[in-house]
Design a protein around this ligand. Sequence first.
Ligand SMILES: *Cc1c(COP(=O)(O)O)cnc(C)c1O
Ligand SMILES: [Zn+2]
Length: 415
Amino acid sequence: MMSYLSHLECPKCGKTYDAGKAQTVCECGSPLLARYDLEVVAKKVKRDDLKGRVSSLWRYRELLPVNDDRNVISLGEGMTPMLASPKLGQAVGLPKLYIKDEGLNPTGTFKARGAAVGVSKARELGIHAVAMPTAGNAGGAWSAYAAKAGLAMYVVMPVDAPDLAKKECVAAGAGTYLVKGLISDAGKIVGQAAKTQGWFDASTLKEPYRIEGKKTMGLEIAEQFEWELPDAILYPTGGGVGIIGIYKALQEMEAIGWIKKGAKWPKLISVQADGCSPIVRAYREGKNVSEFHTGAQTLAAGIRVPKALGDFLVLEAVRETGGVAISVNDDEIMKALLLVARTEGMLICPEGAAAVAALPHLVKQGVLNAGERVVVLNTGSGLKYPDLIAIDLPVLEKEAQLQVATAGERTGGAE
Ligand SMILES: *Cc1c(COP(=O)(O)O)cnc(C)c1O
Ligand SMILES: [Zn+2]
């Protein structure tokens, strides 16, 4: 199988770049998008061809940028389950609710999608050393795939990033550095070091192929719903790569005829935390770009991104699909996390929980209604945040009687 990648294109000024060489951002500063020869794909690849293909994101091989199969580095990423979540749905007023569980990806988050494709393409382009700033999970994922690919990896992250993410990087042999600051501060250090050390700067959206990995979420959602698109998709937004990717997938699927021209697209809904909500603010103020959110703070570390390079693309995806941008507070995030565990049996990550927490607000505001099929992307596993759930449980003495919970009552010290 082959890739129909043709070139890279700037979505801001239209300038094109050779995809056969390592590229970062456009001269104008905008991220670059991978473009494919979609007319040929439309002729050669039909939806039915996907049947029987590998159960990973590499099933969409023609729409991914890696030319030579030998460069594909895979740990089994993608094709995560789309789980009907009726009990949670009842609780929030959306009986046709689904959660797509990205926590089942390698390294426990959907960052594996971007890393698999980004690292594979880096290898194909002959890159030997990669550096990136990360809020945590991207570092873990890229370190894992870089280890498998035999690339040197350098990661810089906030000193208060989740512990497990730091350990993942170290375990996979990545040069791992902490900064007393935010991902934006880490980004400046990486930018400098990349220049002096000759490392490839794979910062979010400075590297064009992560989006390609993440767009496969959009392809999978369409395929899992048998090409009848859902009404809305909620995405916890940090750098915004996932939502930009899903929007790109919708465009490509329409261009190649996998979804009908004129079919209604899902409303793409960007969810952030009150403590770090630059996109929401720009959305509310009718702006096309966001402003740096000073003092960013939320327990949902993966969406603590005070300013995203691709903010204008996120805002476009939201507005063009009739979606909205909305934020929730950390208290709501924790409550939603526990509600999902107790109704659907899934220990989701706080970022995914932010999207769940937004649901009742969106119903109340009339953005979503009970008849609609709504998909929440749970971007990672709660197991990556072992310290998040505060517990204070009784230790039984030998003679102590175990207090049996009465029917319907649940025990647990987390509330
Ligand atoms: C990185 C991350 C996000 C945000 O993803 P972006 O593509 O940067 O918007 C959401 N959830 C988790 C768990 C993450 O690690
Ligand atoms: Zn440009």
